[in-house]
Design a protein around this ligand. Structure first.
Ligand SMILES: [Zn+2]
Length: 438
C-alpha cells in the first residue's frame, strides 16, 4: 500500500514549533503563537477548524537560587518550581533533611520546619505534607547526566496544600551535597502566578460514507517552562499535522478529527476538558431526550489515536493500548506484516489518550522510545536528536494502520470497550495524581 506521509514535511513543523517558536508552556505568548501556526496550517488544508478555549492557573519563576550555608558554603544551580511555593527575594534558610522518597513511611514529624531533600513528591501524599509543614523541597533528578527538569509543581485542582518553596537539582549535585553532609541551606524561589487562557485546536475532515463514526488523532503541542520540547511533543504534533494533510488528500470514509491538545504538561488539561465535555453533553442529552436511539457525540467517537514523544533518530517504536484486544492485535499484526517493529503493550500511557479512555473511548498511544527520553522536560529536548526518517518510519506505519482499520475499513473493527483490568489502571492513575476522572 502506497503511503503519502512525508517525514520532511513533518520535520518542518518541528522546526517551526521547537526552533522558531521554542518553549510554549500553556498560556504563554509562545503557546498562542504555536496555536495560531497549527490552526493556520489546518485551515490551509481546507479542514473545518475550531478551538476549545479554557483557562489555566499557571506560573513562572523570576528568580531562583540554592546556597549551602553549613557546614560549608556552595552555590548550586537549580530549577525553581513556580507553583508549589515562593519566597521573598532574600529567600529562606533552614536545616536540611534527606528522605529517599515522599512515601508515607518517610513523612514523619522530623521533616517539620526543615528543607527536605528527596527525589520525588508523591501527589497522593500532599495531605500528609500539609500537616507536617516542611519549609521547602529540593528534588534530586532520578538519573545522572541530565540537567534539572522544568516543572511548575502545580497542585491538583489548584487546591491549597501550603507554601513550599521548591527546586530541582541534578543527580550529581544531589550526590555531592549528600556526600559532603550539607546541613543548612538558603533557597530563593521568586515566582509569579496567575490565570491564563489557552486552547486545544480541532480540525475535522468529515467522513464520506460514515460521518457519524469519529476517530480523534492528536498530540499535545505545549511544553513545560523554558524547554523547546522538540521530541515532547513538537514531534507528535508534527505527525498529527502531516497525517491531516495525508488524509485530506486520500479522503476518509469516517470522520477524522486532528487535534493539537493544549496544556498537557500541566496535567492533561486539554484532553481532560474535552473528555469531560463529551461526557456531560452525553448525559444531558440522554436525560432530556426520550428517544434513546438518538446518537450523542460521545456515542460517535469510536477511538482516540494519541501521538506523544516522537522523532528520535536513534530509537524504537512503542504503542500503548487502552481498549479491546482487537485493537492491540491489529497493531501487532501490522507490525509483523510491514516489518516495522513495535513494542505493543496494554497499559496507561501518561498522555492525552487516557482521559478519552476514562470515558470509555479506546485509545492507541504511539510513541518513539529513545535514550534521549531521560532528557525529556529538560532544556536538552532539542531538534538535534530528531530526524525526518524517524518521523517517516512511524508516520507511515500509523498512516497504513489508520487507512486499513479506520478510514477505509468496510466496517469499524474495534469494539468500544475498555477491559476491566485496564479501566482499573486508569482509575489508579487518576488517583495517584489526585485528579478527578473526567
Ligand atoms: Zn508529552
Amino acid at each position: 500500500m502506497k503511503t503519502l506521509f512525508d517525514g520532511g514535511k513533518a520535520f518542518k513543523h518541528i522546526e517551526k514549533l521547537a526552533v522558531d517558536i521554542g518553549a510554549r508552556p500553556g498560556g504563554s505568548p509562545e503557546d498562542k503563537r504555536a496555536a495560531e501556526y497549527i490552526k493556520g496550517y489546518f485551515e490551509g488544508l481546507g479542514l473545518d477548524v475550531s478551538l476549545q478555549e479554557f483557562e489555566i492557573e499557571t506560573g513562572y519563576c523570576t528568580n531562583q537560587s540554592l546556597e549551602i550555608t553549613a557546614p560549608y558554603k556552595a552555590s548550586i544551580s537549580c530549577s525553581g518550581l513556580s507553583m508549589i511555593g515562593k519566597t521573598e527575594p532574600e529567600g529562606i534558610e533552614g536545616e536540611l533533611i534527606h528522605i529517599e522518597t515522599t512515601d508515607e513511611e518517610y513523612l514523619t514529624p522530623e521533616i517539620t520546619g526543615k528543607i527536605v531533600i528527596t527525589n520525588r513528591l508523591q501527589r497522593k501524599n500532599l495531605d500528609l505534607v500539609k500537616k507536617l509543614k516542611p519549609l521547602g523541597f529540593i528534588f534530586i533528578e532520578a538519573y545522572p547526566r541530565v540537567l534539572p527538569k522544568h516543572f511548575w509543581g502545580n497542585y491538583p485542582q489548584n487546591k491549597d496544600y501550603g507554601n513550599y518553596p521548591s527546586m530541582r537539582i541534578s543527580f550529581e549535585d544531589g550526590l555531592k551535597l549528600l556526600k559532603k553532609g550539607a546541613s543548612k541551606a538558603r533557597i530563593v524561589v521568586e515566582a509569579e502566578r496567575g490565570k491564563k487562557k489557552t486552547q486545544t485546536i480541532i480540525a475535522e475532515l468529515k467522513g464520506s460514507t460514515h460521518p457519524d463514526e469519529i476517530v480523534l488523532v492528536g498530540g499535545h503541542y505545549d511544553t513545560v517552562p523554558n524547554v523547546r520540547g522538540a521530541s515532547d511533543n513538537a514531534g507528535g504534533t508534527s505527525i498529527a499535522m502531516e497525517l491531516a494533510r495525508v488524509f485530506k488528500e486520500k479522503g476518509s470514509k469516517r470522520t477524522l478529527r486532528f487535534i493539537a491538545w493544549g496544556s498537557e504538561e500541566m496535567g492533561l488539561d486539554g484532553s481532560n476538558l474535552y473528555a469531560k465535555k463529551l461526557k456531560e453533553e452525553d448525559k444531558k442529552a440522554k436525560e432530556a431526550d426520550k428517544d434513546k436511539d438518538a446518537k450523542t457525540e460521545l456515542d460517535m467517537v469510536k477511538l482516540s489515536v494519541n501521538l506523544d514523544v516522537h522523532g528520535a533518530m536513534i530509537g524504537t517504536n512503542v504503542a500503548s493500548i487502552l481498549g479491546p484486544p482487537m485493537l492491540t492485535h491489529s497493531i501487532k499484526l501490522l507490525s509483523k506484516e510491514q516489518g516495522t517493529v513495535f513494542d505493543v503493550k496494554e497499559s496507561v500511557y501518561s498522555s492525552d489518550g487516557t482521559p478519552l479512555s476514562a470515558i470509555g473511548v479506546p485509545s492507541a498511544s504511539f510513541s518513539r522510545k529513545s535514550g534521549i527520553d531521560i532528557m525529556m522536560h529538560s532544556v536538552e529536548d532539542v531538534i538535534e536528536y530528531l530526524s525526518p526518517d524517524a518521523l517517516a518510519l512511524h508516520g507511515e506505519f500509523v498512516e497504513t494502520w489508520m487507512t486499513r482499520y479506520v478510514s477505509e475499513a468496510a466496517a469499524f473493527p474495534f469494539e468500544k470497550e475498555i477491559p476491566e483490568k485496564l479501566m482499573k489502571e486508569i482509575k489508579d492513575y487518576y488517583k495517584a495524581w489526585k485528579s478527578p476522572l473526567p
